[in-house]
Design a protein around this ligand. Structure first.
Ligand code: SAH
Length: 292
């Protein structure tokens, strides 16, 4: 389905403006973002993601070099990015229908929709971008799940939830835009004791030493600040979030990047990801932590 088909635009609940000039830059970045690599993949089945894929490429689904190759390639890349969300959701633990899940940095809302479809519960998302929140709310409305899936324009360092309100919360490729101590303090506040926090993120590898030139290139490309694996662990533990599972997804995400690099949807950042994953300076990690 196409984005242009959407007619009813529900109001986005607008919270106070970004707290810092940097957050203003990030809000503008995502308000203006309309890369085909995100939109055309989302058009495949209406789940719009702004993250990368994991898992083996199904070469039989790609077929040969015929005129349909690009279409099949887009469908395959999209399958891998939804597979990434599935792995995140697998780590949320037991979720009941009357629980609340929070997606911090929710983008266009693909993960929220998948979480609601899996658990049947309410899912609230926050993003700095008005356009993204509107988009996510419009999709939820179209799917008839707008009472359960809502996006708000809001800073994830100060979320509109009461203490202990959430059963689980996550950052799917959105933690590189904030200070980790501030972020995890806020997740620890909104999570119930015994609740679950999950992140999937790229991080630089302290075993390599310092951020490599590829990592610096990725930071410049996305205007973000990739943290180290060490910083994730330290900041989680310092904020009552105790890692329960750490899964290195680096090998699993390389096929997505290698396939994407052969498509017409390249954005120019593919080599930086592939080179830094290969030279060990960058890792794609899932961390699941218990709120204690
Ligand atoms: N999690 C989504 C989107 C990832 S893109 C997905 O997997 O598809 C990064 C997102 O982080 C964007 O939506 C951006 O608005 C959001 N973000 C960055 N800094 C933020 C902040 N301080 N508060 C709320 N959202 C933020």
């Amino acid at each position: 389905m196409s984005v242009d088909d959407m007619t009813t635009v529900p109001d986005t609940v607008t919270m106070p403006a970004p707290a810092t000039p940097y957050q203003g830059d990030i809000a503008r970045y995502w308000d203006g973002e309309a890369r085909p690599v995100n939109l055309r993949l989302g058009d495949v089945d209406g789940l719009y993601h702004h993250h990368y894929g994991i898992g083996e490429v199904d070469h039989s689904a790609l077929g040969g070099d015929g005129p349909d190759r690009e279409k099949r390639l887009i469908t395959e890349l999209h399958r891998l990015e939804s597979a990434q969300t599935d792995v995140l959701l697998d780590h949320l633990g037991t979720v009941q229908r009357d629980d609340l899940l929070v997606d911090a940095g929710c983008g266009r809302g693909g993960s929220m929709v998948m979480a609601h479809q899996r658990f049947g519960c309410d899912v609230e998302g926050v993003t700095l971008s008005v356009k993204q929140a509107d988009f996510a709310n419009r999709r939820a409305h179209e799917l008839g799940i707008e009472k359960s899936v809502q996006a708000r324009v809001c800073n994830m360092l100060s979320m509109p939830f009461t203490t202990g309100q959430a059963t689980a919360s996550w950052n799917n490729e959105s933690s590189m835009y904030v200070d980790l101590h501030d972020l995890f303090a806020e997740h620890a506040r909104i999570l119930a004791v015994g609740g679950r926090y999950v992140t999937i993120t790229g991080c630089w590898n302290p075993v390599y030493g310092q951020p490599s030139k590829w990592v610096s290139q990725i930071n410049a490309h996305f205007e973000c600040n990739i943290h180290s694996r060490r910083e994730y662990m330290r900041s989680l533990i310092d904020n009552r979030l105790v890692p329960q599972a750490v899964v290195d997804l680096t090998e699993a995400t390389l096929p997505y990047w290698e396939l994407r690099a052969t498509s017409s949807l390249t954005t120019g950042i593919e080599d930086a990801f592939i080179n830094s994953y290969r030279d060990g300076s960058f890792q794609y990690l899932l961390i699941a932590a218990d709120r204690v």
